[in-house]
Design a protein around this ligand. Structure first.
Ligand code: F7E
Length: 322
């Protein structure tokens, strides 16, 4: 039985990954950051309560990371913990860098000292590309990385330090460069779930309007369930390497909003208010990923379409809010 250690196990991706690995007979361990409302902490993994082992831990607590890796001796380490909200990274840049950059270094050091024969997955992000783009309009493994947020800058440090540790210490350490990925488990302050939750609430008479920021940013949106499968494939490749994970399709926030409101039978323009507080000091205008490498080398493909994913999210909020 393989053992996996997941940081961020209680997040959207951590919960889908834990489910997937349990279904593949892994023994799954993960850390959860302590907060003062324990009921909120394990909501996404409560259905796995007796199937996974959880511990309090924090990316900024290297002694705990070392102790846990020394105790568990995992075969695979998935570093998914992060301050994951890009706009909020402008409000708390120091915290974002400590968690998303220095935290990765802390975990790499614990990995190098306690279980160097394990395999390490780093949750790298398309936000690292920023305004970088190839001439054909895609971002891929060799595209220049010019991040436009403290979040993207911190993730870029982690991406490079993972490559540096791979080469310097001959560790199996890989990056998955994931484009946006959503699901009903997405935090409701990310734009897809925010729009779906608001549209359903408006339909049910629970809310009058929705406030959004930049409607003309383009994103390549896939399903988290598909993307955690890619993470596992990346760690089970014969060599450590870096892979873009994306759908290759891009849509604007406006297109996404129109799809959701149309599906529910409403016109989004009747309910939309633009509020500058949701704008970012520097925006990343356009993302479209080319996942040819992971498709050809590992055989990964997304299974869930954008439309199926959004409808799953709409159904989720309909059930929950009714
Ligand atoms: O924004 C625009 C916003 O917050 C998407 C994270 O998982 O993916 C995610 O980062 C777009 C942006 O995701 C609102 O300006 C308009 O252009 O859903 P989001 P994100 O910033 O792309 C990457 C790959 C990650 O790695 C991150 O961890 O939507 N937008 N109005 C809005 N966004 C939000 N949140 N709220 C609005 O009201």
């Amino acid at each position: 039985m393989k053992k996996a250690f997941i940081t961020g196990i209680a997040g959207q991706d951590g919960s889908y990954l834990a489910e997937y690995l349990v279904s593949k007979d892994y023994e799954v361990h993960g850390i959860i950051r302590r907060n003062s409302i324990p009921e909120h902490q394990e909501l996404r993994i409560s259905h796995l309560e007796d199937k996974v082992f959880t511990y309090y831990g924090d990316m900024n607590d290297p002694t705990t990371l070392s102790r846990l890796l020394g105790l568990i001796k995992p075969d695979e380490i998935y570093n998914l913990a992060a301050q994951s909200h890009v706009r909020i990274s402008f409000d708390i840049p120091g915290n974002t860098v400590m968690t998303n950059a220095v935290g990765t270094l802390n975990l790499l050091e614990a990995f190098r000292k306690e279980c160097p024969h394990a395999r390490f997955y780093q949750a790298s992000s398309s936000e690292m590309f920023g305004t970088g783009m190839d001439d054909d309009g895609y971002q891929r493994e060799g595209t220049p990385m010019l991040p436009t947020s403290p979040y993207g800058c911190a993730k870029l440090f982690s991406y490079h330090i993972v490559r540096n540790y791979r080469k310097s210490y001959k560790l199996f350490a890989s990056n998955g460069i994931l484009f946006n990925h959503e699901s009903p488990r997405r935090g409701s302050n990310f734009v897809t779930n925010k729009v779906v939750k608001a549209a359903v609430s408006i339909k049910l008479g629970l809310q009058s309007h929705i406030e959004l920021g930049n409607m003309d940013a383009y994103r390549d949106w896939g399903h988290s369930r598909d993307y955690v499968r890619a993470m596992n494939m990346i760690l089970n490749h014969s060599i450590p390497d870096d892979f873009v994970v994306a759908t290759g399709m891009t849509r604007s926030v406006r297109d996404m909003c129109k799809f959701v409101f149309d599906y529910i039978g409403m016109n989004y323009e009747d309910y939309l208010k633009i509020n500058d507080k949701h704008l970012r000091p520097e925006e990343l205008p356009y993302l479209k990923g080319d996942a040819s490498k992971i498709h050809h080398v590992l055989g990964w493909q997304p299974e869930c379409s954008f439309e199926e994913m959004m409808i799953e999210m709409i159904d989720h909020w309909m059930r929950r809010l009714k």
